[in-house]
Design a protein around this ligand. Structure first.
Ligand code: TYM
Length: 343
């Protein structure tokens, strides 16, 4: 597949008239349906109405131990997958985080403005560190790097799933505090969380979110998984004890999760969709079909891109050039505000 890198070579000027969107995804583990419906789906829509920056956040992956070869491979594969899901590099800027060193530079400065107490309150840190043998300092300061990603680009909106909302609140606090202490520097961004499927739940344990980690293979649908397997997992999804189809995420988490997935894939409203079913079997069959048909074209495009990855490198380099132009300009202001030499 050939992409025109023309648009991406022109550095965009931050314009107050254009909404700027920024979001990121970690190259750790295979992309699952939650990533797709909670975030990437919105990324694809947003790129047509906003100046959108999408980033494979490889530096965030380093917060947990990584095999260098695996990280190199998964970073490229994730970029290919983002293209396959519909990110269009002729309208959006797609790049790898570590290609733009300003992310780490700003992260350090922000780390020095955020308190230990604020970082300690982050529930994702608690979840990820609780049973870990090794907890890196980077895992703890992770939200400051995420804030740097967003604030570097004067981002107005950040499309994310529900689990990132707390990090976005912290980013807003960091930006507001910096602005009041050092003068107007950063745009205060807002999270844009989808109305449905903002938190896709595990199919086997619908009280926990679906995640990339491989401790619930039957409960997790991978975007690149064999489609027969996808359908099987949905048909075996845990539902609730009675046989009533009703959208009630608290009282009926299993069925409501399936209705949310169906709604995200087909566009209907989950409560109205529920009215069409009086048994679990037909609901599961329709969800399975909807997800399979949703994933099929993505898998086909991914196979084409994977067969010839040469263009992807050039396109990522062009994306990084465009991102760097904005990031460098922002860092001149930030350094100046902080009393550091301006290069
Ligand atoms: P990550 O890589 O864990 O996930 C990428 C996106 O997928 C969403 N997501 C889900 N949405 C619904 N249901 C689920 N079960 C589900 N699982 C994951 C996440 O909310 C996310 O939007 N810290 C971020 C990456 C990041 C970032 C950024 C995001 C780094 N810098 C700047 C936005 C802006 C993360 O770990 O996402």
């Amino acid at each position: 597949m050939i992409w025109s890198a023309q648009r991406a070579q022109t550095p965009a000027l931050a314009s107050p008239l254009v909404t700027r969107v920024f979001s990121g995804i970690k190259p750790t583990g295979p992309v699952q349906l939650g990533n797709m419906l909670g975030a990437l789906r919105t990324w694809v829509e947003d790129q047509h109405r906003a100046d959108s920056f999408y980033c494979v956040v490889d530096l965030h992956a380093l917060t947990i131990p990584q095999d260098p070869e695996v990280l190199r491979r998964t970073t490229l594969e994730l970029a290919q997958l983002l293209l396959a899901v519909g990110i269009d590099p002729t309208v959006a800027t797609l790049f790898i985080q570590s290609d733009v060193s300003e992310h780490t530079e700003l992260a350090w400065m922000l780390e020095c403005t955020v308190s230990f107490g604020e970082l300690r309150r982050m529930t994702q840190f608690k979840d990820k560190s609780d049973d870990a043998e090794f907890v890196s300092a980077g895992l703890f300061t992770y939200p400051a790097l995420m804030a740097a990603d967003i604030l570097l680009y004067d981002s107005d909106e950040v499309p994310v799933g529900e689990d990132q909302r707390q990090h976005l609140e912290l980013t807003r606090d960091i930006a507001t505090r910096f602005n009041s202490r050092f003068g107007e520097t950063f745009v205060v961004p807002r999270a844009t969380v989808p109305k449905v499927a903002a938190r896709v739940m595990d199919l086997q344990d619908p009280t926990r979110k679906m995640s990339k980690s491989d401790d619930s293979p039957q409960g997790t649908i991978l975007v690149l998984e064999e489609l027969g397997q996808v359908a099987k997992k949905i048909r075996r999804a845990v539902t609730d004890t009675d046989n009533e189809v009703r959208f009630d995420p608290v009282g009926k988490p299993g069925v409501s999760n399936l209705l949310s997935i169906l709604s995200a894939c087909t566009g209907g409203d989950p409560a109205q969709l529920a009215d069409q079913y009086d048994q679990y079997g037909p609901l599961k069959a329709d969800v399975a079909e909807a997800v399979v048909e949703y994933l099929r074209p993505i898998q086909e495009r991914y196979a084409e891109l994977a067969a010839d990855p040469s263009g992807v490198h050039a396109l990522l380099a062009a994306g990084a050039d465009r991102a760097r132009a904005l990031a460098e300009a922002k860092m001149i202001t930030v350094r100046d505000r902080l009393g550091l030499p301006v290069r």
